[in-house]
Design a protein around this ligand. Structure first.
Ligand SMILES: NC(=O)c1ccc[n+]([C@@H]2O[C@H](COP(=O)([O-])OP(=O)(O)OC[C@H]3O[C@@H](n4cnc5c(N)ncnc54)[C@H](OP(=O)(O)O)[C@@H]3O)[C@@H](O)[C@H]2O)c1
Length: 342
């Protein structure tokens, strides 16, 4: 019987996609599909892209409660399973949002129900702060109940994450938007270690120190906004922001290979050793991103040239999570190696 998931002539065999081996031996595909529509792509459009992307060979989907589309994506999964896709072939990540740090079990159960799954491969604490805000609000909005990072609160949330592993609802747990000082405390106190940390990573924001630290500690870096999030909302832009897809080094490599600069950002990410999760609902683009995983490798010179264009330019700054007036977004990121004081 022909494989219904390889019916498209341009599909990529999932067996040819590199896999990351996690600290516990489980395997995660080294490229995933992002599903955050940045407020302008509908849930249905994203679910259709997920359905089609799996037919093209994607086996890793990055979801989150706060993206507001898990029910639609669950519909796509149900269709794929009814066509013969096996649950074990798919890697699905979801995340607990900041308003559920005290109800991790409830959040996970709601995600599982919406996604129509009986387990998740990976569940992340989306941000290390319990601070939340109305969807789509301006970056200057502050929640009057916002608080700084408090390790005892984070550990209360982490204990609930560990409990999900014990219950078999999730296979792995991990973190997102963390820093080295916060991770050090977590590793000191965790019973079940995080297998991955999801973080902004692209050629203009390479986080070399944190990247190396994670690799040394057996924690997989999953890279969000790997193309530099070109369609992020206006409220998430500042005049200092730069675009990796406009960098002359990326553009010249892309030109030589006859691909879009975005594709070089993805290929560099996979080859460097992180797991990019590019968002796309344009078939040509999400196919090109996947194909970069099996393309002729970038040369050592090209990899070095890209390493040299890091601009330490964080695009997703998280301003809405600040807890005091007159703070800078840098206060969220422990830049001097210490957790910011209250
Ligand atoms: N953990 C966190 O806090 C966090 C934060 C941000 C994002 N994320 C995750 O990371 C995912 C990706 O990040 P992102 O959505 O911010 O940005 P991104 O993946 O860097 O950029 C997505 C944009 O790039 C375009 N694009 C994709 N492939 C392309 C190609 N080959 N050629 C040209 N354009 C291309 C897409 O347009 P088309 O649709 O037209 O292709 C889309 O507008 C999110 O969807 C989400 O799952 C997680």
């Amino acid at each position: 019987m022909p494989d219904p998931f390889m019916s498209s002539p341009d599909a990529v065999s999932p067996a040819s996609i590199p896999q990351r081996t996690l600290a516990n031996g489980q395997k995660m595909p080294a490229i995933g599909l992002g599903t955050f529509g940045s407020d302008h792509v509908s849930a249905q459009t994203i679910a259709e892209a997920v359905y089609d992307a799996v037919h093209l060979g994607y086996r890793h989907i990055d979801c989150a409660t706060v993206y507001g589309n898990e029910a639609e994506i669950g519909g796509a999964f149900a269709r794929l399973f009814s066509e013969g896709l096996q649950r074990e072939e798919l890697w699905v990540t979801s995340k607990v949002w900041n308003n559920c740090h005290d109800d991790v079990l409830g959040s996970c159960e709601r995600s599982l129900k919406a996604l129509r799954l009986d387990y998740l491969n990976l569940f992340l604490v989306h941000w290390p702060f319990p601070n939340h805000h109305p969807p789509g609000c301006d970056v200057s909005v502050r929640n009057p109940n916002a608080v700084p990072y408090r390790h005892e609160d984070y550990m209360r949330t982490w204990r609930q994450m560990e409990d999900l592993v014990d219950r078999g609802l999730v296979r792995n747990i991990g973190t997102s938007n963390m820093t080295i000082p916060k991770m050090e405390l977590l590793l000191r106190d965790a019973r079940t270690r995080p297998v991955a940390n999801e973080m902004e990573l692209h050629p203009h924001f390479q986080q070399p120190q944190f990247f190396a630290w994670l690799k040394e500690h057996g924690i997989e870096p999953i890279g969000f906004s790997p193309i530099g999030s070109p369609a992020r909302p206006e409220r998430d832009r500042t005049p200092e922001d730069t675009a990796p897809t406009e960098d002359p080094v990326i553009r010249s490599i892309a030109e030589k290979r006859g691909v879009h600069p975005a594709v070089i950002c993805i290929q560099w990410a996979i080859q460097r050793g992180q797991t990019p999760i590019p968002f796309s609902t344009t078939r040509r683009n999400y196919l090109a991103n996947l194909r970069s995983a099996i393309a002729e490798p970038l040369s050592a010179d090209e990899m070095q040239a890209i390493a040299a264009i890091d601009r330490n330019c964080r695009l997703i700054k998280g301003q809405v999570f600040l807890w005091r007036d007159n703070q800078n977004w840098e206060d969220l990121w422990d830049l001097n190696g210490e957790i910011a004081p209250e």
